[in-house]
Structures are given as C-alpha cells and as structure tokens.
Design a protein around this ligand. Structure first.
Ligand code: F6P
Length: 502
C-alpha cells in the first residue's frame, strides 16, 4: 500500500489548535484513517533560518505532520500578493480585482520550489503524493524536476476559469504546464475540469484525448471532477444537539419569533456579500410588510486582511450595513446583524438549524460547503429554505434550492420573499430532494475516490508515472535542473502497485 503524502498550504495539526479551513475539514478523516504524511506551511512567518528551512515534525496518531515557516518576504509575496492577490481572483474569474507583479510570481515559484526541496528528504519510495489548491500550482513540476517519480495528484478547491480569463495573467502557459506534471488533476465540477482541459489545449498545447485525459510530452494526464463533500449525517446530529445549547437559545430569544435569514462566510470578495446586502436592502424597500417579521444575521468572518481588496470589502460592508440599519431599523428592531467574528462549528450548526433561510450567494465558488451544511442542519419536520448562487459549485448538486444570480438584487429579494412565504409542504419537498442528494456522501468518500483514481492513473501508465529525465528544463524553462541532477540518482521510487485506503 502506498503511503499517502498530502501537501497543502495550510496544515491543520489537530492538537495544535491550528486554523481549520474547508480543505482541512475535508481531509482530516481520510488522513486519520489512512495515516501518512501531511506537509506544508506552519501558518507562521519568521526570519529564523532554522524554522524556515527545517520542518517541525509532529506525530499525531498515524499521521505525521511536517511544517515549515515562511519568511516574512515569502508570506507577503507568495501568500498575500500572488496566491491571494493574483490567483484567488483569477480562479474566480474576478479579473478586475486581480493584481499582478512579476516579482510576486517569481517568489511564488521560488516558494513552491523551496517547499519541494524540504519535502524531498521526507519522501519514501512507496509514496503517493496529493497536492492541494492554488497556492501550489507549480509544485508538481518542481517535484518532477527533483527526480520524484511517485504518482502525483493535484486537486483544486477553487473554480477554474475559462481559457480567455486565464490568459489575462501573464505566464498562464507556464502555470498550466507546471500542473501537467501531475498524473491526475481533480476539480470540483465538470465545468472546471472542462475549462482546464480547454486551457491546457489552447494555451499550453496539450492534446485532448477521448475520455477527458490530456497528453503532453508523451505523458497522459487524467482530468476529472471530484466534488468535495461533508459528512451530512454527522453534521445533522451536531446541529440537532446544538439547537438546545445556550448560544442557539440566546439567538432564538433575541429573535422573538422573527424569521431568521442566515449567511455564513469568510469575509471575502468572492462571496457576493456586497450584492447580498443590496438584495436584502431591495427586499426591505419593496416589501415593507415583511420588515419586522425577519432578521438577517450575516456572519462574515474576517479573513486575509493584508490584501487591500479585503480591507475595502470590510469598509463597504460596515457602511452598507450601517445604512440599512439606520434607514429601516427602529428603536426595538434592527433588520441586519453583521459580525466579522466567526463562531465555533457547533454554534454555527445550531444557528443553521434555527434559520428559516440559508442565504449562500457567492459570485463564484469552487463548491461552498456552507450550502451543504445548511441542508444537513435542517429539522426534517420544519426545514428552512436554501437560497443558493447558481455560480457555486454546489448548485450543480443542489438544484432543488432556490437558485439565484448573485449580482441581481431583485432576484435575491424575490427569492427571499418567496422563501419567507413558502408553505411547509413545499419546504419539505425541496429539502427532501436536497437531502437525498447529499445524505449518502461523505468527506471520506470524496478523499477515497480521488486517491483511488490516483492509484488507477499510476497503473494505467504501466506502473510508471514519470522519470526525472522526461520533463527536461527545456520543456519547463522556469524549473531549475540542478536539484534534479543532484537528486535524480538518489530517488529510485518503486512503481505504484495498488493504493487502498480502507
Ligand atoms: O480553497 C480555499 C481555502 O484554501 C479553504 O481551504 C480555506 O477555508 C480558505 O481558503 C482559507 O484561506 P486562508 O488559508 O487564506 O486563510
């Protein structure tokens, strides 16, 4: 059995109380059950040479966590500027929010290479490597250039833009070619996979093969959709229990019988928060009779405040929410409660069960697990209504939600009105259709399906994934060759046999 090596920008060490994002939630159980190595950034910036170059190793159960610090300069250039200032808006097709600076791209590539150098001595011959997300697009090529022949899978948690949008960033071809050093490249939806395949063909010259694979430099790369899942049954139990806890009871008392509209997001420009508040404002303007019958609670947890666009968003939301409350609020009723503080998973689950409406309207989203959690949290006897952006990956599965265009204030207002007035039988029908879609899925099942596909793609290449010499620096000009020359001989990795995650 291959050892699984997960590589992600953020690494969540359970005992260290590190920050758990969507990625960590999706991967934790797989890693706990399967064991393996989880490698990435510690979440800290430091200029101490030891902590930036020597991985800190923590063993927890059968998982070994290996993390390194970034330097302050790397944090600024690689994480803040290029990952979050360039790639994040690009992946979400929000090019007008995208900054580009060639020096940040160079730093991004350098960090991907430096992380590869640090990972290399930790690798074993029987490893299967699974790299995650937009921070590490250059890593498959960097590992190959260092002689790694193990199967490499890559999964993108964000959407992937169309070839035209992608071309708006200089060096798009290089970014794609780097990724094509992986054996399996997974996306949240078939649409994202198609955008990638079309870009790889048009921008990087890959050949499209029947069945969705790509061919470049004599290698076949599998491309597919692997929608991330939650654990719906477990989340349903958590929400039911939380509905009796003190946080939920306090919220319930404060609502005094009004219908709760709930939004739960990171405070991120992709989440459609400005448009969402505009939609709610439109509802208040056009349906005065509803005013005192509802309260909108928007949890917008502060995030990435070093990036200018996130600061502007915070300022805009503060201004917009102040204006909504001063225009429509009264001494004993405020229409909107906006908070930049997140809450614990239990607290949020309890709030979700309490909410008559889950309002999830990102401008674009890879998946959006909040939408799935909202469905799981509902009381089947008296469920709430999910209003969901048609541009969230989750909309591909959750078609029984009220789907809206997130930039259309009238459409949001109409959907809110519809949901607030919806009869219990219709709410139950819609909820049942949503629940049927997710009830048998799990985060573990998602992880297993990707890892099994990675094993298959290794085998379909005749047990041979990639030799160091195949991707010469001439093919991938931005990847240095020295390390490959130095280490190619040391790494004689056995071909993948079968990879089971039972
Ligand atoms: O894919 C998006 C993602 O990386 C999620 O996994 C995570 O929840 C979120 O972004 C957190 O962002 P950051 O690591 O920048 O705080």
């Amino acid at each position: 059995m291959n050892r699984l090596v997960v590589v992600s920008n953020r690494v969540t060490i359970p005992s260290a109380g590190a920050k758990a994002g969507g990625l960590a939630v999706a991967l934790n159980e797989l890693m706990e059950r399967q064991g393996g190595l989880w490698f990435g950034w510690s979440g800290r910036a430091s200029d101490d040479a030891a902590s930036t170059s020597k991985p800190a190793i923590v063993d927890h159960g059968s998982v070994q966590y290996a993390t390194v610090d970034l330097t302050h300069e790397e944090y600024r250039r690689y994480y803040t500027d290029f990952s979050n200032g360039t790639l994040w808006p690009l992946m979400h097709s929000l090019t007008e929010q995208m900054h580009f600076d060639r020096r940040s791209l160079a730093a991004y590539r350098a960090v991907n290479e430096r992380l590869s150098d640090i990972l290399l001595p930790l690798l074993r011959p029987d490893d299967a490597i699974w790299i995650h997300d937009y921070h590490l697009l250059a890593m498959p090529a960097a590992l190959r250039a260092r002689g790694v022949t193990a199967p490499i899978g890559f999964f993108l948690h964000t959407p992937f833009p169309s070839p035209d949008i992608l071309s708006s960033v200089p060096d798009a071809a290089v970014i794609i070619r780097d990724l094509l050093s992986a054996d399996l490249i997974g996306f949240q939806t078939a649409n994202d996979a198609e955008n990638f395949a079309a870009s790889a063909h048009r921008i990087a010259g890959a050949t499209r093969l029947p069945g969705g694979s790509l061919r470049i430099a004599g290698r076949d790369i599998r491309v597919g959709a692997f929608p991330v899942e939650i654990d719906p049954q477990e989340f349903a139990r958590t929400a039911e229990t939380a509905s009796h806890n003190s946080d939920t009871q306090r919220l319930r008392r404060s609502l005094d019988g009004q219908s709760l509209i709930l939004g739960v997001d990171r405070m991120d420009p992709t989440k459609g928060l400005r448009h969402r508040l505009a939609g709610y404002r439109r509802l208040l303007e056009t349906r005065p009779a509803l005013r005192r019958a509802m309260t909108f609670v928007q949890i917008a947890a502060e995030s990435r405040q070093e990036v200018d666009n996130y600061q502007y968003l915070r300022e805009d939301l503060d201004r917009m929410s102040g204006s909504i409350n001063s225009t429509f609020g009264e001494a004993d009723w405020l229409p909107l409660r906006l908070t930049a503080r997140g809450g614990s998973r239990d607290t949020i689950a309890g709030y979700m069960r309490e909410a008559r409406i889950g309002l999830v309207t990102p401008l674009r989203d890879g998946m959006n697990l909040v939408a799935k959690e909202y469905v799981a949290a509902q009381n089947p006897d008296d469920p709430g209504v999910l209003i969901l952006s048609k541009f969230a990956g989750a909309a591909r599965q959750l078609g029984a939600a009220l789907l809206v265009n997130p930039v259309d204030a009238d459409e949001i207002a109409d959907a809110l009105d519809n949901a607030l007035r919806m009869s219990r039988p219709e709410r139950q029908d819609r909820w049942m259709a949503l629940w049927e879609t997710i009830k048998d899925t799990s985060a573990l099942g998602w992880g297993r399906s990707f890892v099994n596909a990675l094993a298959d793609s290794g085998e379909s290449q005749g047990g041979r994934v990639q030799r160091p010499g195949d991707l010469s620096p001439a093919t991938f000009p931005n990847v240095g060759s020295k390390a490959a020359d130095r280490r190619g001989a040391e790494l004689r990795l056995v071909p993948p046999t079968s990879l089971s995650v039972n």
